[in-house]
Design a protein around this ligand. Structure first.
Ligand SMILES: [Zn+2]
Length: 107
């Protein structure tokens, strides 16, 4: 069974994208926990780099993912733009333990 490392982007003093008080770090954490729960309920083993509002450097998170020997490392972010409705859809980068990066843009 694969181990999925779920990483909520940003956190702590690093809010990520901010729009009218809404902070990326909060959205990323909520989505990460929700997706992780779905995976766990489906029998997938999940490791979370954070489950609270803390900050760790991306390099530190990557080391954690390698230390637990994750098969997949999924880092969730929520970008923004200064122009309303400039972008739609999702932007997903998935890197497997074999370092085959896949970039998927959905709209
Ligand atoms: Zn981000």
């Amino acid at each position: 069974m694969a181990l999925v490392v779920m990483d909520a982007g940003h956190g702590g003093n690093n809010p990520g994208a901010v729009y009218q008080g809404r902070q990326e770090k909060d959205d990323a954490l909520a989505l990460t926990l929700a997706v992780g729960q779905i995976l766990e309920e489906s029998g997938v083993e999940v490791y979370y780099t954070r489950t609270t509002d803390i900050y760790e450097a991306p390099e530190q998170k990557a080391q954690e993912g390698n230390a637990v020997r994750g098969d997949y490392f999924v880092s969730i972010h929520r970008n923004s733009s200064p122009y309303p409705n400039q972008y739609t859809g999702s932007y997903v980068i998935i890197v497997s333990s074999w370092w085959k990066a896949r970039k998927i843009t959905m709209s």
